[in-house]
Design a protein around this ligand. Structure first.
Ligand code: SF4
Ligand SMILES: [Zn+2]
Length: 329
């Protein structure tokens, strides 16, 4: 049932997304929810975006339905085929999104290809199956993808540098549950979390892409951006963190065994992935274009671009020293 009330979600926009060999118009929605129940990742500020007072599930449902009503009024359904749903947490967490809201989503977006973000502990067959059944009208062989912020396949890095609170085995289990009911899996990987040198981050991403590809049909790489009110910002302000070089992103995408999408948020800015400022704009644009057209020649051409900062990047890769964390307190 769609509410009569209208309330704007945190954000929403229409854009293009590559799916297989097709370009689809995609509606992206970030719903305001009760917020991420984990809320402890070192680089994340999304977790602050939630209803501030403790909402009862009934109130929450009213708010969410009002946001969905706003979306239905704002975007004509025939204009988009894919819907990406974010909640600044987990779409399938019943404490964050009252389960009744899943029916509203399935009814509103019946026949669309849905990609919904969630932590792995909320991927369960009893929730996914009926949701998919309501959603599916036969338009897609995989009408639903669970998008999971795996970040890295290294449990050590996920725990120490990100504080994500789950293991690679949890991700594998969630992926197998999703697959068992006919849903797909999209893995988000985080490039250059705290406490890693540029070279360590590159090595970790190469391994993570290979490991994640065995369990996910889609992989998206998120290069770190320094968000406000995060632990990452604390270190960045003290000169103890630098976001990744765009050169590293280019070389990772060019080397990857499959097409990886990447939207370098804040690209070219101090808080986002950047080079020297002179060459940033063209490379950020190229990375965005590659996400849509999968044209590797474009990446190779950009990697050949001449800029003074390339030597700096090569020096950083070979000479930066690992973060030294004391083993005892
Ligand atoms: S990254 Fe995801 S799981 Fe971690 S605190 Fe942010 S919203 Fe929660
Ligand atoms: Zn440069």
């Amino acid at each position: 049932m769609i509410s009569e009330l209208l309330e704007k979600p945190l954000a929403s926009w229409q854009g293009q997304e590559r799916y297989g060999n097709e370009l689809l118009t995609c509606l992206t929605i970030i719903f305001k929810s009760a917020g991420c129940t984990w809320s402890k990742c070192r680089m994340c500020s999304y977790r602050h975006e939630r209803y501030s007072v403790q909402q009862t599930p009934e109130h929450l449902l009213v708010h969410l339905r009002a946001q969905l009503a706003w979306i239905s009024q704002q975007y004509a359904s025939e204009e988009y085929r894919m819907v990406k749903i974010f909640t600044s947490g987990s779409f399938f967490d019943p404490d964050e999104i009252p389960p009744a809201f899943l029916s509203d989503i399935a009814t509103t977006f019946k026949g669309k290809l849905i990609i919904a973000e969630t932590r792995p502990e909320f991927v369960n067959a009893e929730v996914l199956s009926p949701f998919m059944e309501m959603l599916d009208d036969g338009s897609w062989s995989t009408p639903l993808y669970c998008a999971i912020g795996l970040e890295t396949s290294s449990d050590r890095i996920r725990e120490k540098c990100i504080n994500k609170g789950f293991n690679f085995s949890d991700f594998k289990k969630a992926a197998s549950t999703a697959h068992s009911v006919g849903a797909g899996v999209k893995a988000y990987l985080l490039f250059k979390p705290l406490f890693l040198t540029e070279a360590e981050a590159v090595t970790d991403m190469k391994t993570s892409i290979k490991d994640a590809a065995a369990h996910a049909e889609m992989i998206s790489m998120n290069p770190c951006t320094v968000q406000r009110n995060t632990e990452m910002e604390y270190y960045w302000k003290r000169g103890a963190y630098r976001p990744p070089y765009l050169w590293s992103i280019l070389s990772l995408l060019a080397d990857a065994p499959l097409h990886i999408t990447c939207d370098p948020l804040g690209g070219g800015q101090n808080r986002g992935p950047h080079n020297c400022k002179k060459c940033d704009y063209e490379i950020v644009q190229g990375i965005r274009d590659y996400s849509l057209n999968a044209d590797r020649d474009l990446l190779f051409a950009l990697l050949e671009t001449a800029c003074d900062c390339k030597e700096e990047w090569e020096y950083i890769l070979s000479s930066e020293k690992s973060y030294c964390m004391p083993l005892t307190r």
